[in-house]
Design a protein around this ligand. Structure first.
Ligand SMILES: Cc1cc2nc3c(=O)[nH]c(=O)nc-3n(C[C@H](O)[C@H](O)[C@H](O)COP(=O)(O)OP(=O)(O)OC[C@H]3O[C@@H](n4cnc5c(N)ncnc54)[C@H](O)[C@@H]3O)c2cc1C
Length: 598
């Protein structure tokens, strides 16, 4: 039998079952994307080698760990885009509603599924859902880790002490797992054959009946979820979906990567990638981000190294923790006694301040820095990474007990953060409050040996007034309903993407309404250059249009080299067959030079 497209170690069999004559069903949950998705590749590969079609299902629950309009809106808009992208590949997408443990198995049985393929999650509910699907569906159920660069069960067979013990293990496995994604196998023909063959006509009718039974209107589904979760409204800075995710990645790598070294300054949010919501909802693969970042290793080696450490080592360490410590969101999740003992020994220490959940939630503490962080979370949906540590540590300092501190921090993080309900969130809170992945420090009141963070330490690291001023501007702008300004969109690029999607004049760097610069992905740039060169001297009018559009794109030297765009357009400017095309190409080269010089 031919070798599959997906490394077998990335796949676990959850149940053996009997393969039906129907489609392979990919139950998509954590990895909500079409591109670079090992679970979807596995499903398509399995379907292609068995001559059956693929159907993708997603089961929507109306209540999910405190998610509001902010999180549901972002997710559903991304899924809507996924539905359209799958349709282009001849793969139906069915939105089921209800507990996946029930709905997925019953859908799979109704269409006599060949195999149920699911992606993987280390979180308790996700693990329970997968177990229930595997137990109930007649077809074999296979789980694929499509989220981690190195599958969580391959990275380590046990709970790791910290980044230092996992880092080396991961590094040894990159050659095997950090590999280019293959193209998605074309399964569109299998669906046509499935419908026309006498042998499968009844099954095709069953599939159609299921699709009809679950038919819905995306806009109504989104409006309904957004109305239900209205107490935590959507944010404007993150345009949802797979295409936007790629633009954010490219923008970060080509324009902001060097800033990453100052990522611990909360007054400068544009230094961070802004990728966490996309990674959380699986709208982009961590491996794609890692591989694209590595292309900049020569020009920005320190930044790439640091980014890689956060994106891969820290993120996958969080998955390791939740996978091997199912009580990850309680004190008991911490397996090391020193931390639990020290917290218990200091549980009754007097606190200078003790706040209720309501006081924390409404940012009514005595500390203006803490209040600013909480307001950034509530109004912006993403607290700066450095502030998250300070914020959680102070919740420990000002709560009645460490158990309550952990509960409050997780509640607030999950309720307001666009990237909440993520292993990195549970571990971030547990690191700050329970010392997970950390070591013992000098003993002090309340904290015991848990690492402490002080206001005075922040004063030394960054300009606190600048951060507070930034958050105040953000809050004012959100309250005023502004959607198109740097206060609500500190990275700026997300809004440009949304404008571009809407057909407006994109504005790459927020330089003002007159600017016509656009940010596009490397793939899009390569496609545009191909269109220009294909038209070339044979179709001057089209070539000139394409070259003009290219001249409006914001580029970097790296992007031009990586896509070969610089070389191709220069060659057009040097050809002597058509002077008009040569002049247009030369103008594009000039515009790019200007763009690179800033
Ligand atoms: C109390 C607390 C709560 C947190 N809650 C969340 C959360 O709910 N969701 C979440 O994704 N992250 C959480 N983090 C981790 C980290 O702060 C965020 O991932 C980061 O701030 C996201 O912004 P970014 O994508 O712009 O970061 P970048 O610095 O650009 O990082 C790129 C990616 O690396 C990963 N990463 C970065 N820092 C960490 C880290 N410390 N641990 C694990 N992965 C990391 C993330 O996937 C991130 O998107 C939390 C940290 C703490 C201390």
């Amino acid at each position: 039998m031919a070798k599959g497209l997906v490394n077998k170690k990335r796949v676990r069999s959850l149940s053996t079952g009997d393969s039906g004559a129907g489609p392979v069903v990919y139950w998509c949950s954590r990895d909500q994307r079409v591109r670079d998705n090992w679970a979807l590749i596995y499903a398509c590969d399995k379907a292609a080698s068995n001559g059956v079609p693929v159907v993708v299902v997603f089961s929507l629950v109306t209540k999910f760990l405190g998610a509001g309009a902010r999180q549901f809106g972002f997710m559903l808009r991304g899924l809507k885009e996924m539905d359209a992208a799958l349709a282009e590949r001849g793969i139906p997408f069915v939105l089921l509603k209800g507990d996946p443990g029930e709905t997925v198995a019953s859908f799979a049985d109704a269409v006599d599924a060949h195999t149920v393929v699911c992606d993987s999650s280390p979180l308790r509910l996700g693990v329970e859902w997968r177990k229930a699907v595997a137990a109930k569906a007649k077809a074999p159920t296979h789980e694929v880790d499509a989220h981690n660069v190195v599958p969580v069960w391959e990275a380590s067979p046990k709970l790791e002490v910290g980044a230092r013990t996992l880092r080396g293990k991961l590094a040894k496995l990159y050659p095997e797992f950090l590999v280019p994604f293959p193209d998605l196998p074309d399964v569109s023909g299998a669906m046509q054959a499935f419908r026309s063959s006498d042998a499968s006509k009844t099954l095709a009718a069953a599939l159609d009946a299921q699709t009809r039974a679950h038919a819905h209107d995306w806009d109504a589904t989104i409006a309904d979820a957004v109305a239900r979760g209205a107490s935590v409204p959507e944010v404007v800075w993150a345009a949802p979906g797979e295409a936007a995710a790629r633009v954010v990645l490219d923008h970060f790598l080509t324009r902001r990567l060097r800033l990453y070294e100052s990522r611990n300054d909360p007054a400068k949010p544009q230094s961070l990638s802004g990728l966490s919501p996309y990674l959380h909802f699986g709208q982009i693969a961590g491996a794609r981000c890692a591989m694209e970042a590595r292309k900049f290793s020569k020009s920005a080696s320190k930044a790439v190294e640091t980014f890689f450490e956060e994106l891969v080592v820290r993120r996958e360490l969080a998955d390791n923790f939740c996978w091997y410590s199912p009580s990850y969101d309680s004190l008991e999740g911490q397996k090391y006694d020193w931390a639990k003992d020290t917290l218990r020994a200091h549980a009754a220490d007097p606190r200078d301040h003790v706040y209720t959940l309501e006081q924390f939630e409404s940012a009514k503490t005595h500390d203006k820095l803490w209040n600013a962080a909480q307001r950034e979370l509530v109004f912006g949906g993403k607290m700066h990474g450095f502030m998250r540590m300070y914020w959680a540590k102070k919740i420990l300092e000002w709560s009645a007990t460490p158990e309550q501190a952990l509960e409050f921090a997780i509640f607030l993080n999950d309720k307001y953060s666009l990237d909440g309900r993520d292993p990195s969130g549970y571990v971030g809170c547990a690191w700050s409050i329970v010392g997970v992945h950390d070591q013992g420090w000098k003993e002090r009141a309340v904290f015991g040996k848990i690492r402490y963070m002080a206001y005075s330490g922040c004063e030394k690291k960054f300009k606190i007034p600048d951060y507070i001023a930034r958050v105040n501007q953000l809050v004012d702008a959100v309250r005023a309903g502004k959607t198109d300004c740097s206060e609500v969109n500190p990275g700026r690029f997300h809004i440009d993407f949304a404008k571009k999607q809407a057909g407006g004049a994109g504005n790459a760097d927020g330089a003002g309404p007159g600017s016509k610069k656009e940010v596009v992905s490397a793939e899009e740039l390569a496609r545009m250059v191909k269109a220009a060169t294909k038209a070339g001297v044979g179709d001057a009018e089209r070539a000139v249009d394409a070259l003009r559009a290219l001249g409006k794109v914001t580029v970097t030297a790296e992007l031009l080299a990586e896509t070969g765009a610089g070389k191709s357009v220069k060659a057009l400017s040097k050809q002597t067959e058509d002077a008009i095309v040569a002049a247009a190409a030369a103008a594009t080269v000039q515009a790019w030079k200007k763009s690179i010089m800033g």
